[in-house]
Design a protein around this ligand. Sequence first.
Ligand SMILES: NC(=O)c1ccc[n+]([C@@H]2O[C@H](COP(=O)([O-])OP(=O)(O)OC[C@H]3O[C@@H](n4cnc5c(N)ncnc54)[C@H](OP(=O)(O)O)[C@@H]3O)[C@@H](O)[C@H]2O)c1
Length: 319
Amino acid sequence: MRTAFITGITGQDGSFLAEQLLARGWRVVGLVRRSASRNLWRLSSILEQVDLVDGDLLDLGSLIDALREYQPEHVYNLAAQSFVATSWRQPLLTGDVTALGAARLLEAVRIACPAAKVYQAGSSEMFGLSGTGIQDETTPFHPRSPYGVSKVYAHHLAVNYRESHNMFVVGGILFNHESERRGVEFVTRKISQAVARIAAGKQQELHLGDTTVRRDWGFAGDYTRAMYLMLERDTPEDFVIATGESWSVQCFAERAFAVANLEVSNHLQHDPKLLRPAEIPSLCGDAARARQALDWAPDCSFDRLVERMVEADLERESR
Ligand SMILES: NC(=O)c1ccc[n+]([C@@H]2O[C@H](COP(=O)([O-])OP(=O)(O)OC[C@H]3O[C@@H](n4cnc5c(N)ncnc54)[C@H](OP(=O)(O)O)[C@@H]3O)[C@@H](O)[C@H]2O)c1
């Protein structure tokens, strides 16, 4: 049986990827960090089918031990301090986990299982103020947050391990992808949860920062499918994964409120305290290379994504 090792398995993407790998007949091993109460809700339907191993991206020894033991064929580095806003409040932790954590993982693979194929989770936040209307694999990076800077370091290091150690390492440059499993701190889920709570009479207002910001939003399950396709190729190459459509936060909110037959203007408050120290006004990706080389395309439309997130939160709030 083929074995995949996933860091960040308890996160949004880790849970979708694990389900997809299991469905393909893989053995799935997930790295889980120590905490007083483990964050396993996203894995509830597959907990019996995955192997969870203790470890942390901050601890090189734990990574080497786990990789030595399981000798995976695929390694997906999805773990990160992944929330942009937190990266200004905790820039050193973000760098340690998101940037140096990737370095530790690459070192651990080099030492313990150098033939493994490695996926490094890069982000459209690396483009930042790219100065172009649409970004692809050739667009220069100009990150605008400690998170984006950390991802740029990790991406360049992934490319460097490929070039200097002859390892199979790919950098996925994924634009925002969401789902009903998104953490509630992220703006899309913050909106869908607020809509459901307002519909249930548990909340009156939704406070947001800059709602003119535009992002290219896809569905997480479509994007984890692309990660797998990148590792199933014969040659390692970096790919942008995106829908090619860009929508404002305002637009996301309008559609989300409409799903619950609510009027956004009755509930949305603009809160200057939520503005970021440096913003990226707009991101929109061109995934032409992935469409051609991976035969990848997103299945879920923007409208359907908003709908499924709001419907899931309406269901949660009605319990
Ligand atoms: N979702 C997007 O739109 C997007 C776009 C581009 C790139 N990315 C990147 O893609 C990856 C997956 O995203 P996601 O949305 O699934 O993120 P997520 O839901 O925030 O999950 C992050 C995962 O990292 C784990 N983690 C955090 N610190 C760790 C540490 N020190 N050691 C080991 N594990 C640690 C978390 O574990 P706990 O459960 O214990 O907290 C969680 O499993 C991330 O690297 C993210 O930065 C995401």
